[in-house]
Write a protein that binds this ligand. Structure first.
Ligand code: FES
Length: 154
């Protein structure tokens, strides 16, 4: 967190005094971009830096499901299981992912390569079903496309 302080200071300089708590979200995003997840120590450091209660940061972390509190695999597979994707085969894709990876949603493969998550609507219902791998959308997925995709992930 320490090395991100200059960036946070630049953001802080753009705010009126007393609005430091609005920096919780962008600072947490930067921490996660750097580390891959938000550790307990990051929360303590950010609470101290911004002068906000720790619980306020934990509230943000628990509200936004994009934040992770644990390390994840090199490839983070996020399978949408909301209505449009479910109607267009998300369940079969998820079954295929479970079978191929040998893990359940919320788990990481023992070799640390893959983490599987289920997520709510990814805003791409017109091209359902959707799978996001790290930050990249894979749309109109089929089991065959999924197999090809997994083969290309080292
Ligand atoms: S329901 Fe899956 S992207 Fe909207």
């Amino acid at each position: 967190m320490k090395h991100l302080i200059p960036e946070c200071e630049a953001l802080k300089a753009r705010l009126p005094q007393g609005f430091e708590s609005t920096l919780v979200l962008p600072c947490l995003r930067r921490v996660q971009e750097e580390r891959g997840y938000v550790a307990d120590g990051d929360i303590d450091a950010l609470a101290q830096y911004l002068g906000v209660p720790r619980v306020q940061i934990e509230e943000v972390l628990s509200f936004y499901t994009q934040f992770r509190r644990q390390p994840i695999g090199r490839w983070h597979l996020q399978a949408c299981h909301n209505v449009s994707c479910s109607l267009r085969g998300a369940g079969s894709l998820l079954d295929r992912l479970r079978e191929r990876l040998g893990i359940e949603p919320g788990q990481t493969t023992p070799d640390g390569r893959f983490t599987l998550s289920t997520v709510e609507c990814l805003g791409s219902c017109g091209t359902a079903p959707v799978l996001v791998v790290n930050e990249v959308y894979h749309e109109s997925m089929t089991p065959e496309k999924l197999d090809a995709l997994l083969e290309g992930l080292e």
